[in-house]
Write a protein that binds this ligand. Structure first.
Ligand code: SF4
Length: 118
């Protein structure tokens, strides 16, 4: 009987230690996504049509934040006001975008509407 109890206690300790290590590693090696890329991608139509010359909206967003494409590169987005939105995002500093994210609790739709009202 004591062998079973000892095994359960040992497994519990090992489980706790493994969980603690994984939680620590997840925090230590966390990869933070670029806030600007998140908001640029959310401002695109999201149809992944490839008309911009990139395989999808995510790739276009990455290229846009690197300055490789202009704000009017998304053809379907031209009628939806995407160039104007991207211009407004470009005018914001990283600190301003981070503040917007924190203020709106990382809710992209709220951030988008706040940027549009600027
Ligand atoms: S053209 Fe616009 S909607 Fe189509 S993949 Fe490129 S960014 Fe996305």
């Amino acid at each position: 009987m004591t062998t079973i109890i000892n095994s359960i206690i040992l497994l519990g300790i090992l489980g706790f230690l493994s969980g603690s290590f994984l939680a620590f590693a997840a925090k230590k090696f966390e990869v933070k996504e670029d806030v600007r890329k998140i908001i640029v991608e959310a401002s695109l139509p999201g149809v992944n049509c490839g008309a911009c010359g990139y395989p999808g909206c995510s790739a276009f967003a990455k290229a846009f934040i690197k300055g490789e494409v202009k704000n009017d590169g998304c053809l379907p987005g031209k009628r939806q006001g995407v160039p104007e939105r991207l211009q407004k995002i470009s005018n914001l500093t990283d600190e301003q975008l981070n503040e917007l994210f924190e203020k709106n609790e990382n809710e992209v739709e709220k951030i988008k509407s706040e940027i549009e009202s600027m």
